[in-house]
Design a protein around this ligand. Structure first.
Ligand SMILES: C[S@@+](CC[C@H](N)C(=O)[O-])C[C@H]1O[C@@H](n2cnc3c(N)ncnc32)[C@H](O)[C@@H]1O
Length: 282
């Protein structure tokens, strides 16, 4: 993402969330996504469909899994939810719960655009989240959160959805270490990451090239991918880690597994310094 422009991939994700919410038997429900994505988001998604026809179910599965975890952890006593790289995410409005505080952290350009769009949206509870501007490449997200009222001594659920692939490894490691050592140790970080093959520019496979081209056309760039984040998580202080492939998530959430889907390039991870007192996530 350039220093000045808001994230276009975030608009694309909102458009897919809108479509997925409108399907019969929808996996997710985001009544705000259509208006937030607007015509621009839908136009991006329409163009992307030609390259990656499974994008909608992929977004739906990721969002559905994270929504489920937010509900589970807040029902289980977590009183702080932090959405890192929030884009046009609306969990703070959709999953609000008594006594639970939501924080949305994002690049200033993206957050300002989101707030401008929310200001046009009648009925959206704009106070649902505390908004915190942060560029993960340059700022300490935790300092900024604490400045806005986040309590590092209480456990939090932190989501980092669709963001790590756009960051340099140093920025990812810094963020991981701040979660592991700066937050209460049962704080759980949930994130997704790409596999190496998608990010590697020398890989000529059609799907991998298409994925890279897709984000480049939107002015962004895949930077980080890993086939095994465990060593990095361990080195940055995490001692409880679980992960699953998108294939597994899709099978568990939809009851179907379609091998033609382009899911085999991404995983989701849950990590904490100390095991949370809740049943396994997968
Ligand atoms: C693909 S969007 C995902 C947005 C949202 N999490 C979702 O799933 O709808 C990527 C997000 O990462 C954020 N991002 C990318 N680079 C960033 C950086 N250096 N600092 C802060 N946020 C960044 C963008 O602003 C954008 O909101």
């Amino acid at each position: 993402m350039s220093e000045r422009s808001a994230s276009r991939t975030a608009l694309m994700v909102a458009a897919y969330r809108a479509r997925a919410s409108e399907r019969p038997g929808a996996l997710i429900s985001d009544p705000w996504a259509r208006a937030l994505a607007g015509e621009e988001g839908e136009a991006i998604a329409t163009a992307v469909d030609r390259m990656m026809p499974d994008r909608e179910i992929w977004v739906a599965v990721r969002t559905a899994w994270l929504d489920e975890q937010v509900r589970r952890f807040t029902a289980g006593g977590y009183r702080q939810v932090v959405v890192l790289g929030a884009g046009f995410d609306t969990r703070a409005a959709r999953l609000a719960a008594a006594g639970v505080r939501f924080f949305e952290v994002d690049h200033p350009a993206s957050q300002q655009e989101k707030l401008a769009r929310l200001a046009q949206l009648a009925g959206y509870p704009r106070d649902a989240a505390t908004h915190v501007e942060c560029d993960f490449e340059h700022h300490d997200f935790l300092e900024r959160l604490v400045d806005r009222g986040f309590d590092p001594a209480s456990p939090a659920l932190i989501t980092w959805e669709g963001v790590t692939m756009y960051l340099a490894e140093a920025a990812i490691r810094h963020t991981l270490a701040r979660v592991a050592f700066g937050c209460e140790p049962h704080t759980v970080l949930l994130f997704d990451h790409l596999m190496k093959k998608i990010v590697d520019p020398s890989r000529e496979h059609e799907t991998e090239r298409a994925a890279r081209k897709l984000v480049q056309d939107l002015g962004e760039r895949f930077v980080f991918g890993t086939n095994d984040p465990l060593p990095m998580l361990y080195e940055e202080g995490f001692r409880w880690v679980q992960s699953a492939s998108f294939d597994e998530l899709c099978l568990n959430l939809t009851g179907s597994y379609d091998r033609t889907r382009q899911f085999r390039f991404q995983r989701v991870v849950a990590a904490a310094r100390k095991r949370p007192n809740l049943p396994a996530l997968f």
